[in-house]
Design a protein around this ligand. Structure first.
Ligand SMILES: NC(=O)c1ccc[n+]([C@@H]2O[C@H](COP(=O)([O-])OP(=O)(O)OC[C@H]3O[C@@H](n4cnc5c(N)ncnc54)[C@H](OP(=O)(O)O)[C@@H]3O)[C@@H](O)[C@H]2O)c1
Length: 342
């Protein structure tokens, strides 16, 4: 089975751009749905990519945009809510997490059914769990619920999804990555900003463990899975080769950009207080209480799900130093000199 015409939701983002570029490199036709076409300038230039501005939350619009597509890739996700709400279960709730992580996957399934599309790849997150204290992680788990329900034979569970046609067969695959790094990431770049700005860093949940994975490896796993029947109906945890505590990651980033901040590991109570205070700061959020709740558990591949087939992730150290250094004034200077041939 080969899927040629792919519609990508969230294709303008950090992970999405890598996936769309990889699909385009294989000559596949890609339709990227976005709220703002202007922000996807790099993608517009790709010959087989069509960037369409639309409201993906509008069911009729989604049904229209899926027309003529063979497969759908859903990457829409938010780390912080602008409109906070409540996650009650897969059917009821409110706020941005509910709208983007639960309602949208359900609408996508309805639009998929309306257009008789058979393939769906869905980006969830490692740690997605209906029992988590983090609304982000609960919402991601309830989103997975809808996708998994659709993967069941339609004559048993299909009717659970409104508008789902009995007897119709869908092949979904779910990806659950740990924190993703790469040029343009928010996580390591945010830590880099911190270590460069602050001589003393009070670090919340410094002992929480992560298994960072390179964005190109994530994109490769998604694109490789697209036509691979072995991945149909499967869920995968997606991690890098090594585990680091948050403190170790901050130390690594500091070493890489050649600064030596003093790091103070905060206990759980102070971590919560720091998150609560940071939540009040206007503008882009560095941390919220919901992030604190998510960080109460390690974000590592623990065997609940396997890795994608033939997945061989790259070590962080082989990739990150180059782009983290490039963002230092000295790194930029070296890059300019290199380009000028000096
Ligand atoms: N980055 C990580 O470390 C990480 C780790 C685990 C899981 N993930 C998951 O991977 C996926 C991609 O993450 P990313 O890092 O690429 O995120 P990103 O750069 O923030 O991109 C998110 C995408 O979602 C779309 N989007 C955001 N809010 C939306 C809204 N209210 N309505 C419609 N579309 C909206 C945006 O599309 P437009 O702005 O073009 O409309 C954007 O392309 C997400 O599902 C995320 O939860 C990421």
């Amino acid at each position: 089975m080969k899927f040629h015409r792919i519609c990508v939701l969230g294709g303008s983002g950090f992970v999405g751009s890598a996936i769309v570029q990889a699909l385009a490199a294989q000559g596949r036709h890609v339709r990227v749905l976005t709220r703002n076409r202007e922000r996807s300038k790099d993608l517009i230039l790709l010959p087989t990519v069509d960037v369409v501005e639309c409201n993906v939350h509008d069911q009729a619009e989604l049904n229209r945009q899926f027309s003529g597509m063979d497969a759908i890739i859903n990457l829409v996700g938010i780390l912080h809510e602008s409109r906070p709400g409540k996650i009650i279960n897969s059917e009821s709730g409110s706020g941005d997490y509910f709208e983007n992580h639960i309602e949208l996957p359900r609408k996508i399934l309805m639009a998929i059914t309306a257009n008789s599309i058979q393939r769906l790849l869905h980006m969830s997150a490692l740690g997605a769990n209906v029992n988590s204290r983090s609304a982000y992680q609960r919402s991601k788990a309830y989103g997975e619920h809808w996708i998994k329900a659709a993967a069941q034979p339609a004559d048993r569970n299909g009717a659970e999804i409104t508008g789902f046609v009995r007897g119709y067969r869908l092949y979904p695959t779910i990806f659950r990555p740990s924190v993703i790094f790469g040029r343009g990431d928010s996580f390591l770049s945010m830590l880099t900003g911190l270590v460069k700005m602050l001589p003393i860093i009070p670090l919340a949940q410094a002992g929480t463990r992560f298994q960072p994975v390179w964005v190109e490896d994530v994109a490769g796993a998604v694109v490789d899975a697209l036509d691979n029947p072995d991945t149909f109906g499967a869920s995968y945890n997606v991690c890098g080769p090594s585990v680091y505590t948050l403190r170790e990651l901050v130390e690594y980033v500091a070493r890489t950009v050649n600064v030596t901040p003093h790091i103070i590991s905060l206990n759980r109570r102070l971590s919560y207080l720091q998150a609560a205070m940071m939540e009040l700061v206007p503008g882009k959020k560095l941390m919220t209480r919901d992030n604190f709740y998510a960080m109460l558990s390690d974000n590592v591949c623990d065997g609940e799900y396997s890795a994608p087939p033939d997945f061989r992730p790259s070590p962080l150290e082989a990739i990150a130093a180059e782009y983290l250094n490039g963002s230092t004034p000295r790194g930029r200077y070296t890059a300019f000199r290199g380009r000028a041939g000096r």
